[in-house]
Design a protein around this ligand. Structure first.
Ligand code: ADP
Ligand code: MG
Length: 341
């Protein structure tokens, strides 16, 4: 049986892709997560792909003039179609390994996606080498990845804070009941740090350094007491300088985008019907996506909503592992797939 299976495996395969604004992850049926790389593509002057993923991210912000490194998904749905297609095809080929046939692909898509965007994403995946395309909403995949009882008549709210977007979704009975999507995520936190340093210290640091500051001393709630030495360039005289910032300053700098995410959660709670709302009192909210790792985010949301907050296990891989469970048990989960026409 095992032999027949692996023989058949040479001819067909199922993969699940979480094409995030910051990171792309690929799960291969019965194998697990085989790719976890930044959603970055480096192009030459004539627009041929020079590098994808980890290698391309190293080029962001420090490329020679002849090479551009960009993030085609940046603000949520596909911002740059051709480049996204090339990135997808690179990841599909890489994950498909020695398989001979084109894979069936389950794509995780934002729940705020329009019909036109859906068609565009599907066409991209087909052009990138998929034999057939299935789709699931990201918050649904996240909820399955977090082992929430998505098929039962129990309301769960999942808050997924990604790089370019945050999504808040109420899930029950195999469907997304309501959702709120905003184009504010980890990138905006980085940008607000960058802006703050410019305004307060006349210091230019760049996006990557801003992200490093967030990862090192960033907090959403009054818990961090650390300081950090930061190197940058003076805006006025262009000279390299070193300053020291505190966790409290960085928290203050990020307060606008943090507030926007809290408001998105509130808007979803306001629209939640009373029965699932009662479930939330017991079960609380679940936080996923890389932004869930910002220290104190759970405390901030608890303070603002009064509900229990659970950060899911491994928030960066919840969506793809949920999508993986779907392709491993397609019959059980068929109802959560969204119609693609
Ligand atoms: P997407 O699904 O949009 O690709 P991810 O879920 O991969 O996004 O999350 C990426 C975001 O999470 C980035 O903005 C990154 O800076 C942020 N992030 C990752 N780890 C942490 C951490 N430990 N603390 C705060 N933010 C983090
Ligand atoms: Mg995501």
């Amino acid at each position: 049986m095992g032999l027949i299976r692996s023989f058949l495996g040479l001819f067909s395969s199922d993969i699940a892709i979480d094409l995030g604004t910051a990171n792309t992850l690929v799960y291969v049926k019965d194998q697990g997560v085989v790719i976890d790389e930044p959603s970055v593509v480096a192009l030459t002057g004539s627009n041929t792909v020079k590098a994808v993923g980890i290698e391309a991210k190293r080029m962001l912000g420090r490329t020679p003039e002849s090479i551009r490194a960009l993030r085609p998904m940046r603000d949520g749905v596909i911002a740059d179609f051709e480049v996204t297609e090339q990135m997808l095809s690179y990841f599909i080929r890489k994950s498909n390994g020695r398989q001979l046939a084109r894979p069936r692909v389950l794509l995780c898509v934002p729940s705020g996606i329009t019909e036109v965007e859906k068609r565009a994403v599907r066409d991209s995946a087909l052009a990138a080498g998929a034999k057939e395309v299935l789709m699931v909403y990201e918050p649904m995949a996240a909820a399955i990845g977090a082992s929430l009882p998505v098929m039962k008549p129990i309301g769960s709210i999942i808050v997924d804070i990604g790089g370019g977007t945050s999504e808040v979704a109420l899930i029950s009975l195999g469907g997304v009941v309501i959702n709120t999507s905003i184009r504010v995520g980890g990138d905006e936190l980085d940008e607000s740090i960058d802006k703050y340093l410019r305004k307060t210290y006349n210091l230019l640091v760049g996006e990557q350094t801003a992200e490093r500051i967030k990862l090192r001393i960033g907090t959403a709630f009054d818990i961090g007491k650390e300081t950090m030495e930061i190197r940058g360039r003076d805006i006025i005289d262009g000279v390299p300088r070193v300053i020291e910032v505190t966790a409290a300053e960085i928290r203050q700098a990020m307060s606008d985008p943090l507030g926007a995410i809290v408001r998105a959660v509130h808007r979803t709670l306001e629209r939640t019907p009373s029965e699932p709302a009662a479930d939330l009192i017991e079960r609380g909210l679940y936080l996923a996506g890389g932004g869930a790792l910002l220290r104190g985010f759970d405390s901030l949301l608890h303070e603002k909503t009064g509900l229990n907050i659970t950060v899911v296990d491994r928030p960066l891989t919840t969506v793809v592992s949920g999508a993986g469970k779907i392709i491993d048990n397609l019959e059980e989960f068929r109802r959560v797939l969204i119609p693609t026409t």
